[in-house]
Structure formats: C-alpha cells, structure tokens
Design a protein around this ligand. Structure first.
Ligand code: NAD
Length: 438
C-alpha cells in the first residue's frame, strides 16, 4: 500500500486525506491546531454564521455551536481506518521524512503540504496596537465595536464591512486601489460599493494607510481608541475607531516546516513554487514526491481551490486521469447583496485583446427577483463573438453565487451562450436572469 503524509488538516488537507484513504492510500495527517483549518474554525464558516444571524449577540452565541458541530464531523471522517491523525506540528527532515516536536519521525512515499495562510499586516507604525485585529481577532470579539475601521476592500474587508454594518457598527473602509474587489468586474464592484454606501458604510478609495496611533483629545491624552491616518488625493486624512480590522491580504504559512531540508526557493510572495500537478518545483532531492496545495502555493486562495488541488494530487499519485479545470475557478463574496465571479472580467479580456462580446441583465427585470424584493443586482456574461463559447460570468445580487455556479458548469464544459439560452430554465427563477441577458 502506498503511503502519504499530509501536513495540515484544513479543507485542503482533510478532504485530500479522505479521498486518498478511500482509494487505499495509507495516510498520516498532521494538525497542531483544530481540524478544519482557517475555513471551518475562523474563516468561511464563522463568517457565514455571522451573515445568517439577526444580531451580533446571536452570531457570537451561534458561532461556536456551528463550528464545533462541523469540527466533530471532520474528526469522525478522519477516523477512517486508513487515516492516522497526529495532533502535532510536522517539519521536514528530508523529502520522505517529517518529525514532530516530540521527536517522533514519520516517513512516506509522498508528502503534501497544506498549511494554509495567515494575515499579512502592512508595515506601518502602530500596527501592533491591541486595537488592531485580523479577521480571527474580530470574530473573537464579545462586544460589538461602535466604530470599526477596515483597512482593505478585498474579499475579507467587504464581507466584514457588510455584516458589521448590519449589526449596527459605524463602518469605515480605507482602500488603496480606486475600486473594491479587484478580481470582480469593475462595473459590478462599483455598483456593489455604491449599494453598500447606501446602507451606511463609508468608503475612502484610492487611500493608502500611513500610520495607526492612539487617538488623542485636544489636551493630548489618549481617548482609548485608535486613529487611522491615510493619504487620499495628496491630502492627509484620519478616521477614529474602536477597532481596526487588517484585511490587506494573506501570506502563505511556511514557517517551521524546515523547507531548507528540501532546498527549495520560495516565490517572492512567500509561496511554495509548484507545477501543474502541484508538485514542488526545484526540490534538491532527486526523488522528491512532495506537493503543496491550497493557500500555501499562493495560486488561488480559496477553500474549494485547495480541495480540488488535493483531489488532483491524489489522482496524479494513483495515475488516475482527471479533467479538473483549474482555469475555471468560481468565487463568491458574501456581502449583502452577494457578489460572485468565474472567468476573466471584461477589463481583463480587453487588456488581453481577446475578441469577445458582453451581455448584461438586471435583477429588476426578473419576475422572481421582484417577487423576492431583491431588485438590486446585475449579471454580466462575456462570450466569444456571435454568442460563442462562454468565457466568464460576473454578478452581484441575491444568490449571485448560485447563478455563477450555473455559468461555471457551462464554461467548464466549453458550452456557448447559444447553448445556455437553449437550455430550458424553470420559471420563475433567478436563473432566468442568465437567459435574459441582452
Ligand atoms: P485581498 O487581496 O482580497 O484584498 C486586500 C485589499 O487590501 C486589496 O484591495 C488591497 O489593495 C488593499 N490594501 C493593501 N494594502 C493597503 C493599504 N496600505 N491601505 C489600504 N488598502 C490596502 O485580501 P483579503 O481580503 O485579506 O483576503 C485574503 C484572501 O482570502 C484572498 O485571496 C481571498 O480570496 C481569500 N478569502 C476568500 C473568501 C471567499 O471566497 N468568500 C473569504 C475570505 C477570504
């Protein structure tokens, strides 16, 4: 029986372990923290619990229950007879051996690194203040901050801005770029931001944070809150807050792995370099069968990307051919309303000089959306000329993630916009928005 070591039991690691075990591989999986990783414990699942709670108090109460229940489920899955869970940190001895702090050594033919990522703090003065937290720190708060300043209007910044505004915090977002959510179509991102502004969130766009310092009252004594100083259009401005959320990106977790034992050089962003099968590149060992999946390889920092990369690695080890399209990676942002995308944005297609046409539809013209009272939203489909092969779908509005998921199926299978239009859609559904595009 072939053997596999997996370092990290997040969605990448634990789902890979299960897939491998079901195919007869003997798996040893290492996890120093809780099983389920960032996504289950302090990421996707707790934030979605917040999104679906009526108040902050309810969210704080429900979050541990939801997380514990799911964690219990993962522990049960990992009790598979082909899986051994070692609750320790593993570091490399060589390309086939890892060791734990207790001095135990483990060997396997193949090793997968699935250690995830952690918050990247911007290097500005005052960043170590106790008032500055990352998403994990924000989810640990037991009291709702009256004023919350969020640095970064990426996925994390926008999701927390949306939910804390709904809970009643006064939310200000400071973003370096001109528009939020750089991966989303700029027209859609702008409409979503304007909608969130209407809901009461204050945005400072094109604003680079310079420093964070305890706020002071006129007599010079600190107020017990924090002041965020930034530059916008050549002017220096500041915002006072009780809590500052750092949402300026994440960095791969490679510390403590002793990657020196493999002799690899990390990429500039700290990611482990991998090839199309997620095999580590440039390993000094001639017989290296080490892989890196998920956030740690810096490709697509999404739980489902990690999961499918792991699936592919196991298939690769077993010699099973699969057809996973890593170039068709849908993503969603759980703001209110939701936003989601798959494939290149209109701007990216223009930049790449790809011939394409663009088709739009608005939620306000859809019967189901009107009946639901969810009239705010838009879908943009890009395809090859003459309703040809579908290239991308970007959307915001109620259940945008589900609409994008449908488009993902068409794109993955190489279908055309005409084929999508010819597919019978149930009436009345939000899905009809896809065939209502002009
Ligand atoms: P991000 O890269 O999405 O956004 C960071 C933002 O911070 C950028 O817009 C950037 O311009 C801005 N920024 C950087 N430095 C700044 C400064 N000095 N002043 C002002 N703004 C500054 O990063 P994130 O939101 O932290 O998310 C990290 C990763 O986690 C992403 O890859 C994301 O896809 C993933 N994630 C995904 C989901 C989801 O799929 N729903 C949820 C959470 C996180």
């Amino acid at each position: 029986m072939s053997s596999l070591i997996i370092i990290g039991a997040g969605p990448g690691g634990y789902k890979t372990a299960l897939h491998a075990a079901k195919h007869g591989l003997k798996v040893t999986i290492f996890e120093a923290g809780h099983v389920g990783g960032t996504c289950l414990n302090v990421g996707c699942i707790p934030t979605k619990t917040y999104v679906h709670s009526a108040s902050f108090a309810e969210a704080v109460e429900r979050q541990p229950q939801v997380v514990e229940q799911l964690r219990g489920g993962v522990e049960t899955l990992l009790s598979h007879p082909n899986i051994t869970l070692v609750r320790e940190r593993a570091s490399f001895v060589d390309a086939h051996t890892v060791e734990t702090p207790s001095g135990q050594r483990y060997t396997a033919e193949n090793i997968i690194i699935a250690t995830g990522s952690s918050t990247k703090y911007i290097p500005v003065e005052g960043v170590d203040s106790p008032y500055v937290v990352d998403s994990t720190g924000l989810l640990a708060l037991k009291e709702l901050p009256k004023r919350l300043c969020i640095i970064g209007a990426g996925v994390i910044g926008m999701e927390f801005a949306s939910v804390f505004n709904r809970f009643g915090s006064e939310v200000t977002v400071v973003e370096f770029l001109k528009e939020c959510l750089p991966a989303i179509d700029s027209d859609i991102a702008k409409r979503l931001r304007k909608q969130m502004e209407k809901q009461g969130i204050k945005f400072y766009m094109g604003a680079g944070v310079k420093s964070l310092s305890p706020a002071t009252v006129p007599d010079g004594s600190p107020t017990g809150s924090i002041s965020v100083t930034f530059e916008q259009k050549g002017k220096e401005l500041s915002v006072e807050a009780d809590v500052v959320l750092m949402a300026t990106g994440r960095k791969p977790n490679t510390e403590g792995l002793n990657l020196e034992a493999l002799g690899i050089t990390l990429e500039r962003n700290g990611a482990i370099p991998v090839n199309e099968h997620f095999e580590i590149e440039n390993c000094k060992s001639s017989n290296c069968k080490c892989y890196a999946i998920g956030d740690v390889n810096g490709r697509q920092m999404l739980a489902h990307a990690a999961e499918y990369q792991g699936l592919h690695v196991v298939n690769h080890i077993l010699g099973i051919e699969d057809h996973i399209r890593f170039d068709v990676m849908p993503a969603a942002i759980f703001t209110t309303p939701e936003a989601a995308c798959v494939g290149p944005s209109e701007d990216q297609l223009k930049e790449a000089a790809v011939p394409f046409e663009c088709h739009k539809a608005f939620f306000r013209a859809n019967g189901k959306a009107l009946a639901m009272g969810e009239t705010e939203g838009m879908v943009k489909l890009c395809c090859e000329p003459n309703e040809g092969r579908l290239l991308s779908c970007h959307a915001y509005g109620a259940h945008a993630a589900d609409l994008v998921q449908e488009a993902t199926a068409y794109i993955t299978l190489g279908a055309t916009l005409s084929q999508l239009r010819e597919t019978v859609h149930i009436h009345p559904t939000l899905s009809e928005i896809l065939i209502e595009t002009n």
